[in-house]
Design a protein around this ligand. Structure first.
Ligand SMILES: [Zn+2]
Ligand SMILES: [Zn+2]
Length: 387
């Protein structure tokens, strides 16, 4: 097993130039969610050149793909993300996720050649806003997959991720326009309705669980200061540690809008997002294997910190159907904030390149662990079904 692990590391090293080039190409050509045509083409070309069978457009998503090497079980999925953010490009470093997943895939062929089974690189587009993995889960793409792994760049080396359940809420108030000075009594103020709702939510915030989050923006606040706003609109995100509490919170938040509608006389229309991001269920057996391999590369894995990395990810949905991990690899110092231009620079730096190579090596070494010790997969599954 040790010899195989050394070999998969060598394979990743031998691909260093190509993987860094892929990462930089994606970084220099940022594409928003579901528009990642270049990234998806470059990644599938690379995998095809390395002997993978390619299926494009899976789950009805044109920029999603499945690349398979080998057949049958164990079947390990390595997930790639490659969408960028508006204005800050790869401020979330998904170029590194993509390059590390394909690098790990190519190195993992050695495990398949030695033990049988298969490795699948899944291209999962539109993570930031569209929850592409929710569609992929719904399309049953994870049927028959034993384990799923993805590594996200960040500012700490960690093997577990705390990610919250999350749903979006679009709201609109409709009132009645009037001259704001001459006949204000004839108007119904849709903006005031929205402000009331914001204030109610701020009051509610005192009495919600510590890890829950409610945050929103006003997307329409009226036309002119001398017209009573007849229309207002906002988008909110509501997050909680588990789906049950998310349901409870949804009712409470909606009541804030209903109350504001009654008080103001403006009519409310609302629309819950059709995709809920599930919380991340970390498979600790798998995380432990990953951690040991990460440390063999000289990485220092930080202990679980419940106050670090409170976001949401569509990998949460994958983790509810298949034993999964979503470790993070440090590519910048802790002061650098993710989703900023500084983090985007880190994603194309030497530390970023090292992060991508280490992530690829560690995933491939973990694949070797799973393929060479069948009892390990049993343990991983026992934990998954026990919880
Ligand atoms: Zn991200
Ligand atoms: Zn992000």
């Amino acid at each position: 097993m040790e010899a195989l692990k050394a070999k998969v590391k060598d394979i990743v090293e031998s691909q260093r130039r190509q993987l860094i080039q892929l990462s930089l190409n994606i970084h220099d050509n940022p594409e928003l969610g579901f528009q990642e045509e270049k990234a998806s083409t470059w990644l599938t070309n690379y995998l095809e050149d390395n002997g993978f069978q390619i299926e494009k457009g899976i789950a009805g998503l044109p920029t999603a793909f499945r690349a398979t090497y080998g057949q049958g079980s164990p079947r390990i999925a390595l997930l790639a993300e490659y969408d960028a953010l508006p204005k800050v490009g790869h401020g979330c470093g998904h170029n590194i996720i993509a390059a590390s997943a394909v690098g790990a895939g190519v190195a993992s062929k050695l495990a398949v050649d030695n033990f049988g089974g298969s490795v699948v690189v899944l291209g999962t587009p539109g993570e930031e806003v569209f929850g592409g993995k929710v569609d992929i889960v719904r399309a049953d793409v994870f049927q028959g997959i034993d384990v799923a792994m993805i590594v996200h760049p960040n500012t700490r080396d960690m093997v577990t991720t705390q990610a919250l359940a999350c749903i979006s809420l679009d709201v609109e108030f409709s009132g009645k326009p009037a001259h704001a000075a001459a006949q204000p009594h004839k108007g119904v103020n849709a903006l005031e309705a929205l402000i009331l709702a914001f204030n109610s939510i701020n009051s509610l915030r005192q009495h919600i669980k510590g890890e829950a989050r409610i945050h929103g923006i006003i997307t329409d606040g009226g036309e002119a200061p001398n017209i009573v706003p007849a229309h207002s609109a906002a988008t909110f995100l509501i997050r909680a540690q588990d789906n049950d509490y998310l349901e409870e919170l949804k009712d409470k938040v909606l009541n804030c809008f209903i109350g504001a509608s009654l008080a103001s006389g403006a009519t409310l229309k609302y629309d819950w997002g059709n995709k809920t991001y599930d919380p991340m269920k970390n498979n600790l057996t798998l995380a432990q294997l990953f951690s040991e391999n990460f440390e063999l590369l000289g990485r220092h894995v930080k202990a679980f910190d419940p106050y670090f990395g409170f976001g949401s990810t569509d990998m949460g949905n994958v983790s509810q159907v298949v034993p999964s991990i979503h470790p993070t690899v440090a590519i910048a110092s802790p002061e650098v904030l993710i989703h900023t231009p500084e983090f985007a620079s880190a994603a194309a730096s030497d530390a970023g390149h090292k992060g991508l190579l280490d992530a690829a090596k560690t995933m491939a070494m973990t694949v070797v662990d799973i393929f060479s010790q069948p009892e390990m997969l049993d343990k991983i599954k026992q934990e998954f079904y026990r919880d």
